[in-house]
Design a protein around this ligand. Structure first.
Ligand code: FES
Ligand code: FE2
Length: 446
């Protein structure tokens, strides 16, 4: 029954070479990292203003004049598509006397007029008009006091920005993730789920959580029926670039439920039906499903409107999950991506904003789908709404709401005098790696 004997065999085909294990220390991860205003301040000054972040998606800016704003800690980032079709990111602040320029989340305009004294900036950030231009004894500010542009790059349809003008390039920053994801048509995927909740927990609770799968049998009890979630079946990689990866076999049950055949088949059935496989055929041979599904996907991909020829077997069935330093994570498949992020709160270390997106690759020939967000059949190019609110009022979405429930209670415990620091098994090493990397930004290589 033990088919997951060799990890290299299981994940064969993709760039699944195991990264060398980093040397990790044993410094305790204390609660004040999640509660202290001083620590939060250091994170802002030394970390978040130095690393690449995602403002939004290219698909939000289809036409010249389209713009959106993204709240990032104490900053608001304004992204706009110019007349030249170039996407630019700016600090959302008027250069006259500092009024926040754009107050809405998105729209289409021919430029940005400040509500205070009507200075008007073009889509490329150039100051084009000021009232009483002749009254500036120091000379007209037009063309001079332009919006302050932020370094930005687009990759896979994501608009990345970095508040540090001297940062390394995005390609260098994301290494080796960019290369590993080369074959995924991420920029063709359409956002079909978009929720942001204000959470009563520090942003690191989110990243810690997605840096380990130790919690999955208890927080997500359904997962074990269709994923071999135990650490000894998975591969964990920690890269010099501070990002990490987890490979977890999918469409194969965890050993702990081998004797619950009926439940396994029920859990897997809906997903394999689409690929014309019948769960009943797998009575007595649960461990064949994964491999058969890989073959079936290869056989039927073109007929179903996909092209999986560039993907390895593991990419067709398994969970390829990344945690991007410091605050993003995603699981990617050839036909979709679950994308997650915790953004620091502007002032309160015990709060953050948590985003959950799902990006879907629709097969060729499909022009509508059932939207769970809109609760109706929807054309694939319909922009879905951005649902946001406090985590007690907004449901984040399947599976992830189970994680959300935990972070709230974890933050309360982390704030307790009775919490004396972590005590973690080796399978949680990505958490230690994450915190040590934060410390490298905050305190240097001590
Ligand atoms: S602060 Fe914007 S025009 Fe005065
Ligand atoms: Fe989870």
């Amino acid at each position: 029954m033990d088919k997951i004997a060799s990890k290299s065999e299981v994940f064969f085909g993709a760039d699944t070479v195991k990264a060398p294990e980093p040397k990790l220390g044993s410094k305790p991860i204390l609660g004040n990292r999640y509660t202290s205003k001083e620590f939060m301040e250091l994170e802002w000054e030394k970390l978040f203003t130095k690393v690449w972040q995602v403002a939004g998606l290219e698909q939000q800016l289809e036409n010249p004049g389209d713009f959106f704003t993204f709240d990032f800690g104490r900053e608001s980032i304004l992204c706009a598509k110019g007349e030249d079709s170039k996407i630019r990111c700016f600090y959302n602040v008027c250069q006259h006397r500092g009024n926040q320029l754009v107050q809405v989340e998105e729209g289409n305009l021919d430029g940005f007029s400040c509500a205070y004294h009507a200075w008007k900036f073009g889509l490329d950030g150039t100051l084009e008009y000021v009232p009483d231009e002749e009254d500036f004894t120091q000379g007209s500010p037009c063309g001079k006091r332009n919006l302050v542009e932020i370094k930005s790059e687009i990759w896979a349809g994501f608009i990345f920005f970095n508040l540090d003008p001297n940062s390394k390039s995005l390609k260098e920053y994301l290494h080796p993730v960019m290369d590993q994801l080369e074959n995924y048509p991420i920029s063709e995927m359409i956002r079909t789920h978009w929720v942001t909740v204000e959470g009563d927990w520090n942003w690191k609770c989110v990243q810690d959580n997605f840096n380990e799968s130790y919690h999955t049998p208890y927080v997500h009890p359904a997962l074990k029926y269709f994923s071999d979630e135990k650490y000894y079946s998975c591969q964990f990689d920690m890269y010099d670039s501070m990002h990490a990866r987890m490979l977890m076999p999918g469409y194969i049950p965890s050993k702990s439920v081998y004797d619950e055949e009926k439940k396994v088949l029920e859990a897997i059935a809906p997903a394999i039906e689409y690929w014309e496989m019948d769960a009943n055929d797998y009575k007595g041979r649960l461990l064949d499903i994964r491999e058969d599904l890989q073959k079936q996907k290869r056989k039927l991909d073109k007929e179903k409107g996909y092209d999986f020829s560039k993907f390895s077997d593991t990419q067709l069935t398994d969970h390829h999950h990344y945690t991007i330093f410091p605050n993003m994570s995603f699981s990617v498949k050839p036909d979709g991506m679950q994308w997650l992020r915790g953004t620091p709160h502007p002032t309160d270390p015990t709060k953050c904003y948590f985003d959950y997106w799902y990006l879907t690759l629709f097969p060729k020939g499909v022009d509508e789908y059932y939207s769970h967000m809109l609760k109706k059949k929807t054309a694939i190019n319909t922009k879905i709404p951005h649902v946001s609110g406090h985590h007690t009022e907004v449901d984040v979405g399947d599976g992830i709401s189970e994680d959300v429930a935990i972070w709230t209670s974890q933050q309360k415990g982390l704030s307790s005098r009775g919490y004396i620091g972590d005590y973690m098994p080796a399978q949680e090493n990505r958490i230690r790696f994450f915190h040590e990397n934060i410390d490298k930004y905050l305190f240097g290589d001590e």
